[in-house]
Every structure is written in structure tokens, then in C-alpha cells.
Design a binder for this molecule. Structure first.
Ligand SMILES: [Zn+2]
Length: 667
């Protein structure tokens, strides 16, 4: 069912991200999804607002700041940059970025608290229970077990008692049930709806909404021994960022249509506590809370210790923001969990982007250049289009309608699949109409060729417009090559309803440009991936975090090409393999580097037999300082990919394909 009111408002939010986090694929995913939705609605002419921001209060920030001898706000000001700088690189078009330490936010939190206190929805009481300091949460006895450990993080809990303010969440149980029964689309996907409903039906208890144990937060109005509970503080950002409750504020336009995108782990805060607070405030609950799934990486849970955390900065660097956006949104039914693999991404770049999309553009522009000197025929010819041409136009209209319905349902993957049926129909149309035959002098009148070329160009024009929300930069490049920049310099300002099929009759000069997505050479890709993986191995970092540096920032920092050029990596041929006495894990490898021979000691004996290694071409870091193992000097380090398979370490040596000469430099 669609909840989209065309021409209405569309207000979409990401959760505010914890300011001290190093941004990873999860942050990128949520934000890219919201971006595609926001751009789609802008393109459809809806008045659209897209918000993201950072959550900056709480115990963890206070402690991290103390450790570093800073004030909490100094820490926040320093680390917020890590998250903020990712958004432009990922082409995120947020209209606002809110930090919970801003006064425009704090004053609205105070307003919420005071209003609810005055109405009796917040009252003062006493709270006693098992508290986890790092998680900043109390846990009911039933969840703490014999050992009284945190059910979320496993750390020991402390028994705490404190005076606290409570929100009468229990009063909202029936109201929430009724609301969700009447609005089955308000929580998506369905599995999350069912989960939340059964949680609410299980009974809601009043919620402690203040803390006396911590200082770094927004003081409770009129009682500054308390600060507002971080989660209440955080949720209110959605209202404070649109200027609630100022009259004439943006919220008057956008609030009635607010939608929250969240990870499934925080659905209860958004679909239980937050709507109840809003009901108590007399505001409408969110039109929709959508919980997306989580990513594993090549079948494994992502974790810092495994070193398999997907770094969005690296993905942008290697594949470009658009390919990364496309893969994340296309690969998995939105709402489900997904598995991230770079190999999968490389394949999608080749099949969907280089082949399907790239070919349609290239073939079309090449033909316009070859047969019409780069000048697209006037659109009037379409009046004499035949059935086969009109069928393409018809399909395009249906595809756009279907995509719009998909986008209303947040079915981003499905929208992209639908879009690709338009691209395929364009490629098929080329094969069926065989314009190269029409192009021959003396063969069929020229107008037939005009119609085919114009039809293809129309397909590409619409493709660019509806691709834009997903891959803004690529869509812009298509737009430019189609010769549309003169008429509409910024594709981002184009509204689809004004640009339907066959619009405008002018002849246009196309500008064939660079290939959109060069094919990824898979053997070369494998080598480069092995090098990147090797560089990520613990101890292989170019530089350790300096004193006082954010603990994780360095691991994700980028290097200059000059840094990479310092590495002398060459192809080496293994000539001979010796074992070393009393060293069960080591091999002494004699390698040929073309101009010289060397000995390298390597801890790969448990993984390879001698005969498997002899004759093999491997990659060796040559200018590593020599080191002695068991009295043997090792001159260089071989490069290998490491992974875990069923709890067992597995290793693959980085190599080159084909018969490549020893000594060749990798660059
Ligand atoms: Zn915990």
C-alpha cells in the first residue's frame, strides 16, 4: 500500500549517529537509503526534507573525554568531523545536520520535558535496578541471570538506586496498539511490525527518563541534579531540527509526514517509546518507521578483531561512490540482512553498470555520431513511430509508475531491478531494430533511423532522471553526454513530471564522453585486492595512531600515493624451499627476482607443501628491512590474503595471472 501523497511533504531521517563511532558500512547504508528516497521525492516534486546528525551526550563520551584530558564538547567537536566528512564523498544530499549539543536542540528537549511534566506524563519517582555503565541501561532482573551481567555486552552490572523521572509509557500501551492496528504500514517490514506489536502486547512499563549518575547531558528543567536520559534526548532531534514548536517553523510543513529509517536493533526506541512521547505531546506519531537489516561480510559478522570491517572511504576510493551506492541498494531486498562481498560488487559493476547501462549509452551515442554527425534528430519524427517504438515508450511509463510504487514501499532493490528492465528493453530494441541496417544509404528512408535514434535517446533521458536518486554523479554524466546540460544544467533540479517521454522537439547535439564504468579486469582486481588486504593486516598499518589520536581514526585514514610508492612490490619466482630445524611453521624460500636472488623466511609451512610452492610466482615486498629468524636473514616479505574458514586460518598467496616475468614491479 502506498502512503505517498504526490505533491505533499516527505520528511526522512536517519538515526543520529553516535559521534565517537568510526563510520562503517552500517552508517553508509542507512544514509544512502535515505538519500535515494529523498532524491526520488524531490525529483517527483514533493517538498522534501532529509535530516541526519550526531548523538553527542552520555556516559561514554564523558569517559572518553576524561581519558583524553578534554572536555566532552571538545571531544565531540573533534570527532564529529569523522562522520561529517563521509557524507559529501557518498553524495549524501541531507538538508540539515543536527548535533544534540546544539542549543537549538537543547531548548526543544527542555520544552518536551517541561510540557510532559506539566501534563503529568512525566513524574518523579525512585529507580532501583541492575545497571550497565557502558550500555547506559538498566536491565530487569529476569534478563541479568545468576551472574548479574549485562544481556547486551556481557559486562558485570552494578546495583544502582537513584531518584528518577519517569515517563508514563504504561498509559500508552492500548493507544499504541490501536494506532498500529489502524496503520499497518507505520512499521515496516512486516516482521518488525509483528515483533513490535507482540512487545507492546507483552506489557509496557514506565520509562526512566532522567539520570543523576552522569553530568554530560541536558539538565532537567528546574532540577539540574538530573540530566535527560540520552535516548529521550536523542529521539527529540527529529522534532528540534525542524524547529518545533516555533510557529511558522519547518515542522509545520514536514512533521505530518515524518519517516524514520533505522537499523533493526533500535526499532523499539522508534516504534514504541518515541510514538508514545509524541502522542503525549499531542503530535502525530511517525508515518513510518522502517528498519533495515544488517550486513555480514563474506558470510561473517563484521568485527574489528577480525579486521573485516568494510570501510566506506576505501570502497569509494576503489569503486567510486556510485558503484558502492548501487551495490548496497541493489544487492539485498531492503529490510533483509545482506552479505557484503567485494567480489559481488565487482561483478555487479561489470554486468549491470559496464555492460547493461554503459553499452546502451555507448551504442546509442556512437550511432548518433556515426549516422547523424552527433546531431540528434528532431522529436517530431516520433509522431510517425511504429508499434515497436511506441511499445518502448509505453514500457517506460509503466516502469516509472512501478518504481514510484516501490519507492513508496521503500523497496529500493526492487525499484532498481525495475529500472534495469528499462535499460534492458533499450538494448533489446537496438538488436531488434538493427539501426546499422537502416543507416545504409539507399536502404529504407532516413526517417526510420531518426525514429529509432530518438527513441533510444528518450530511453536514456528518462533513465538518467530516474537513476539520479540512486547514482547522482553517473546520472549527471549521462545527462551531459545526451546533450541536455544546455537546457537543464543541473539534473538534480529536474522534476520528472515536467520531463516525460517525447518532451521537446529540438534537435540536440550529443556529446559522447568517457565510458561510464570501465570494465573491471578481474585478474588484476584479485591482485589489487590481495595487496589491499595485506595492507590491512594488524601490524601492516603504515602508521600507528599518534598519542592522543582518536583510537580508531588512523586505521581508516587514507594514504597519499607517495606513501604507496614507497613500497617496492615485485613478482618473484620460488626456486627452492627448505625447512628449518625446530621451526615447524617456517620455510626458507629461495626466490628469483629477475635481477637478483634472495632468501625469505616465511611462516606458511602449515599451509603449503614444498612441492606446491616451487615454481610459483608470488608477490614480494622487497624493500622491507631485513630480519633474522632462527639465525637466518630474511630479505623481504611475501604477500598473502588471510581468512578464517570454520574457525581455521586459511591463506592464499598473492600472485599474478599468466606467465609474468619475475622482477616485474607492482604499481
Ligand atoms: Zn552492557
Amino acid at each position: 500500500m502506498s502512503d505517498g501523497k504526490k505533491g505533499g511533504g516527505f520528511y526522512i531521517t536517519t538515526p543520529i549517529y553516535y559521534v565517537n563511532d568510526v563510520p562503517h558500512i552500517g552508517h553508509a547504508y542507512t544514509t544512502i537509503a535515505c538519500d535515494a528516497l529523498a532524491r526520488w521525492h524531490r525529483m517527483m516534486g514533493d517538498s522534501t526534507r532529509f535530516l541526519t546528525g550526531t548523538d553527542e551526550h552520555g556516559q561514554k563520551i564523558q569517559q572518553a573525554a576524561e581519558k583524553r584530558g578534554m572536555t566532552p564538547i571538545q571531544l565531540c567537536d573533534e570527532v564529529v568531523v569523522n562522520i561529517r566528512r563521509l557524507w559529501p564523498l557518498l553524495e549524501i544530499s541531507n538538508d540539515d545536520f543536527i548535533r544534540t549539543t546544539e542549543e537549538r536542540h537543547a531548548k526543544v528537549v527542555r520544552h518536551f520535558f517541561k510540557t510532559l511534566l506539566d501534563k503529568g506524563d512525566i513524574y518523579k519517582g525512585n529507580y532501583e535496578g541492575w545497571y550497565c555503565l557502558p550500555c547506559e541501561a538498566y536491565f530487569p532482573d529476569a534478563q541479568t541471570g545468576e551472574a548479574k551481567t549485562c544481556p547486551d555486552c556481557g559486562r558485570p552490572l552494578s546495583r544502582m538506586s537513584e531518584e528518577s523521572y519517569f515517563f508514563r509509557l504504561s498509559d500508552y500501551q492500548e493507544k499504541l496498539i490501536r494506532h498500529y492496528e489502524e496503520h499497518p504500514d507505520a512499521i515496516m517490514p512486516k516482521a518488525r511490525y509483528n515483533e513490535v506489536m507482540s512487545f507492546i502486547r507483552g506489557g509496557l512499563q514506565d520509562l526512566s527518563v532522567s539520570r543523576t549518575t552522569l553530568k554530560w547531558g541536558i539538565p532537567v528543567p528546574g532540577d539540574d541534579r538530573h540530566v535527560v536520559y540520552v535516548w529521550l534526548d536523542a529521539l527529540i532531534n527529529y522534532a528540534s531540527a525542524v524547529g518545533y514548536p516555533e510557529s511558522g517553523g519547518l515542522w509545520e510543513t514536514y512533521w505530518p509526514d515524518v519517516r524514520h529509517m533505522v537499523g533493526k536493533d533500535i526499532i523499539r526506541f522508534h516504534a514504541v517509546i518515541w510514538p508514545a512521547i509524541l502522542m503525549a505531546m499531542g503530535m502525530n506519531p511517525p508515518v513510518r518507521v522502517f528498519a533495515h537489516g544488517w550486513w555480514t561480510v563474506e558470510g561473517e559478522k563484521m568485527s574489528k578483531s577480525k579486521g573485516n570491517v568494510v570501510d566506506p572511504f576505501e570502497m569509494i576510493e576503489v569503486y567510486g561512490a556510485d558503484a558502492f551506492r548501487y551495490f548496497l541498494l541493489r544487492e539485498v531486498p531492503f529490510g533483509n540482512d545482506g552479505d557484503f562481498s567485494e567480489l559481488g560488487m565487482a561483478h555487479r559493476v561489470n554486468s549491470d553498470l559496464a555492460n547493461d547501462l554503459g553499452n546502451l549509452l555507448n551504442r546509442t551515442l556512437q550511432m548518433i555520431e556515426k549516422y547523424r554527425g552527433g546531431r540528434l534528430p528532431d522529436g517530431a519524427c516520433l509522431l510517425r513511430a511504429r508499434e515497436i517504438d511506441r511499445a518502448v515508450a509505453q514500457a517506460a511509463r509503466q516502469i516509472i509508475d512501478r518504481m514510484d510504487r516501490d519507492m513508496d514501499d521503500f523497496a529500493l532493490d526492487s525499484a532498481l531491478k525495475t529500472l534495469w528492465t528499462l535499460i534492458s528493453s533499450g538494448n533489446k530494441y537496438i538488436d531488434e531494430t538493427a539501426p546499422w541496417k537502416l543507416g545504409k544509404p539507399g536502404n529504407d528512408p532516413d526517417e526510420r533511423l531518426d525514429i529509432v535514434l530518438r527513441t533510444l535517446w528518450e530511453v536514456l533521458r528518462l533513465t538518467a532522471i530516474i537513476l539520479y536518486p540512486f547514482m547522482p554523479a553517473t546520472a549527471g554524466r549521462i545527462w551531459e553526454q545526451l546533450g541536455l546540460k544546455a537546457e537543464a544544467p543541473d539534473i538534480g533540479a529536474v522534476k520528472l513530471p515536467d520531463w516525460e517521454w517525447g518532451r521537446g522537439n529540438d534537435a540536440i547535439d550529443v556529446k559522447k564522453g568517457e565510458v561510464l564504468f570501465p570494465r573491471i579486469d578481474m585478474p588484476k582486481w584479485v591482485e589489487e585486492k590481495a595487496l589491499r588486504d595485506a595492507a590491512k593486516k594488524p601490524g601492516a598499518e603504515m602508521a600507528e595512531s599518534g598519542p592522543g589520536g582518536a583510537p580508531d581514526a588512523k586505521k581508516f585514514s587514507q594514504i597519499e600515493i607517495e606513501d604507496f610508492k614507497k613500497l617496492e612490490i615485485r613478482v618473484a619466482r620460488i626456486e627452492r624451499v627448505e625447512t628449518i630445524e625446530k621451526a615447524a611453521k617456517l620455510y626458507k624460500l629461495h626466490v628469483d627476482l629477475g635481477s637478483e636472488k634472495r632468501v625469505i623466511v616465511s611462516g606458511i609451512r602449515e599451509h603449503f607443501k614444498e612441492e606446491d610452492l616451487v615454481g610459483k610466482k608470488i608477490l614480494v615486498l622487497c624493500n622491507l628491512k631485513p630480519a633474522k629468524f632462527r639465525g637466518i636473514e630474511s630479505n623481504g616479505m611475501l604477500l598473502a590474503a588471510e581468512a578464517e574458514d570454520d574457525g581455521k586460518e586459511i591463506i592464499s598467496l598473492a600472485t599474478v595471472s599468466g606467465d609474468f616475468p619475475a622482477g616485474s614491479l607492482i604499481s
